[in-house]
Design a protein. Structure first.
Length: 361
């Protein structure tokens, strides 16, 4: 089979890296295009995954429209050369448009309900849309749900082993507590009209955290001079090991908050936007959600003052995930057996239980 995969965000590299490795090892042809966003290309290079860049993208609605036309044309030209049997992406409008133009199926994943502009741009051009079971919007007849989270694709314990060398790299003492604060750039289409921590509040938060733990700030934007000393400088491939060992994560980004839920690290997600995945993880006690800065410092102190908070969080994590499927196994099966896989799940959703974590084959 010939599979064309479009990647638009660093998280998508992680979602599909194990599937890409599986497909390549089973003699399937994989062609990848990737937006030059943040560390997306760096991650692909670090995993020795070949790709073609589709550029950096644009800001603002008008800029995004121009980029849409440009990226569609680029993918169309590449697809005519590669001649794919199927397109695969996480909510890529470009893959959706081009698959429709050349008459090939597009298998799309998404877990972000509030990205309504994104949904409108790819849904009509996709043949099937796969989402976590907890996705809280019905996308119609082409919508299928699976019992799991996207972050399991790379953080489930049979795929991920934390490397404690990162602790030495950051000169952390044995059992020394540390907290990661994550700031986002607010330039995604679903971020329009949103904003994050003010500099003054961020400084106040850091000063409070310092009483209990080391502070590292991971930011997509330039930090003010007063906070430069806390800037996290590590390789992109090391972040998940650091999240695993952290005592607490506080961040504006949904991806890292959800990653911490899978890793068993206490987390505080701060954003007016939420999603079914995040709400489900909140209900299971895997993360905390705040829509403003009010109450964050109090919750932070509560977690950092509790010596057993991390231990309890890891127990909750193990209990929560034991009922989920192995998402990678499911994705591999679905792609290679499409379209019959779609019909099987439509007729019998329980068919995916064969990918239960207790029955990994």
């Amino acid at each position: 089979m010939r599979i064309f995969i479009d990647i638009g965000h660093p998280a998508h590299v992680h979602y599909f890296k194990n599937t890409i490795a599986y497909l390549n090892s089973h003699s399937h042809e994989v062609f990848i295009t990737a937006r030059d966003k943040d560390v997306t290309h760096l991650l692909l290079d670090s995993y020795s995954i070949k790709y073609v860049s589709r550029g950096k993208g644009r800001k603002g609605l008008i800029g995004k429209l121009f980029y849409l036309v440009s990226a569609d044309y680029q993918l169309f030209k590449l697809s005519k050369i590669f001649k794919p049997d199927v397109f695969l992406s996480f909510a890529s409008p470009y893959a959706g448009h081009v698959s429709w133009l050349i008459g090939k199926p597009h298998i799309a994943f998404t877990d972000t309900e509030h990205a309504k502009l994104g949904l409108i741009s790819f849904l009509p051009f996709s043949d099937v849309v796969l989402t976590p079971k907890v996705f809280n919007i019905d996308l119609g007849h082409k919508h299928l749900r699976f019992n799991g989270f996207m972050e399991q694709c790379y953080l489930q314990n049979n795929y991920f082993k934390p490397k404690n060398a990162i602790l030495d790299k950051l000169r952390l003492e044995s059992n020394e507590k540390f907290v990661i604060i994550r700031l986002v750039s607010w330039d995604a289409s679903h971020d329009i009209g949103q904003k994050g921590f003010s500099s003054s509040y961020l400084l106040k938060l850091v000063e409070e955290v310092k009483k209990y733990a080391r502070v590292f700030i991971s930011s997509e934007c330039e930090l003010p001079k007063t906070l430069k000393n806390f800037e996290l400088e590590i390789e992109a491939t090391e972040i998940h090991s650091l999240l695993y060992y952290a005592q607490l994560f506080i961040g504006e980004g949904a991806t890292m908050a959800s990653e911490c839920a899978i890793l068993g690290t206490p987390s505080i997600y701060v954003n007016t936007l939420t999603a079914g995945t995040l709400e489900a993880q909140k209900d299971q006690g895997l993360l905390n959600i705040y829509h403003s800065s009010e109450g964050i410092i109090k919750k932070t102190v509560e977690i950092l003052s509790d010596e057993k908070s991390k231990e309890r969080q890891q127990r909750r994590c193990r209990k929560s995930l034991k009922d989920n499927i192995d998402v990678n196994k499911f994705i591999n099966w679905f792609i290679l057996n499409y379209p019959s896989s779609f019909e099987q799940l439509k007729n019998n959703p329980n068919h995916m239980n064969k990918f239960d974590l207790d029955n990994i084959f």
